[in-house]
Write a new protein. Sequence first.
Length: 426
Amino acid sequence: MANGNFAGGSGTELSPYLIEDAHDLNAVRKGLNKCYKLVKDIDLDVNPFNIGEGWKPIGGVDNAFTGVFDGSNHVIQNLYINKTDINDAGFFGVLYCCKIINLGLINTNITAKEYVGGIAGRCIINNNKDYIIIDHCYVIGNIIASLGCCGGLIGTSNGYTFDSVIIKNCYSKGTVSSNSNEVGGISGKLHSSTILNCFSDCNIQANAYAGGLSGSINAYCCITNCYVKGDSIKASVIAGGLTGSANVQNIIKNSFSISNILCLDRPGGIMGDTPNLLKQTFTNSYWDVETSNQTISKGGTGKTTLEMKTPSTFIDWDKEKLENGKGVWILQDGQYPKLWFEKPPAKHLFKQNNQYYSIKSELYNDSKFQPITELQGKSSLSKDDYNNFGIDDLNILTQNMTVGTETFRPIDKFTGEIEIYKYTEK
């Protein structure tokens, strides 16, 4: 354990400080312009970061983080902040001219006042030469702000041009809420910033300006190749599938929402309201009129669920490519589009006495699970076998299941040991 002294490195891009425990992580605040890299998953459920007000955000308005933080595809779990009287709350408080890459935050719980996000409370740019990049990051958890401007990844951004602040290849899951305004799955409020190749699976709640991706977008923002699938987006006034509102000139391209919009005053499948609709550019962007319960929107095109699960609906989306030539979108019949970095959940089957089983009600008869006849005699299983019969979540083995009038735990229906077979799509 490095215990705040780092596991190596000198703080440069070629030799970043190596972080292997929570105390190393806390030491980042001592060198806000340095470069860092995680070498292990970090658990912040340790004293003093899990008691009282919890984690102190790294960097503020007068001393923002300006370095490089590479999560190296590791996760920080149990980030906890409970400071209802502060602004700029997140793992970082304020970012300026920096890179945050390859970082996951899981079991995140943040409650603060204003400008609140999982990765950072605020992103600030002072001229058109500076930039902030947040790439290949995700946040899973709960974000709450009493005075609003909160998002799953960042609270707010203040850029100069479309590419001043770029959030790309990122996602959020959980809940983001405030009794005030400007709440979104990725950002509470965007100004001159870009969200690219991102999705949000968050429940959103605000008084006003609630959006699946951003509560509001203002002046030269671009949302491209993004989607929203959280259960609900709720506000008293102004709510939209992608953004609550837009001001000045903005672009929304190749994006969609399927979330339920709960708003009586100015709801929209894509956008709730804008004072200058003619300055907004919408290209090949859609919302599901059935799941959203909305037939209106400021911009975009409403489609049925069937149409939203038909690849031909999404005009030219198959032409969107990454720098390496790989397609941005996964388009399959019978499914909503997915982004390139999403993997389907692992599938599981069970084997006992040379017979394959699955925990599905249609395979339950005579008070027991019946062998899968289609798999009898197979020496190896195919992808289709797992997709047709497998289950995603192993936890249901030990959870109550009801079939007809009988309630039971599936694991209790097997006598002796069972083998578990797992398929993960590469």
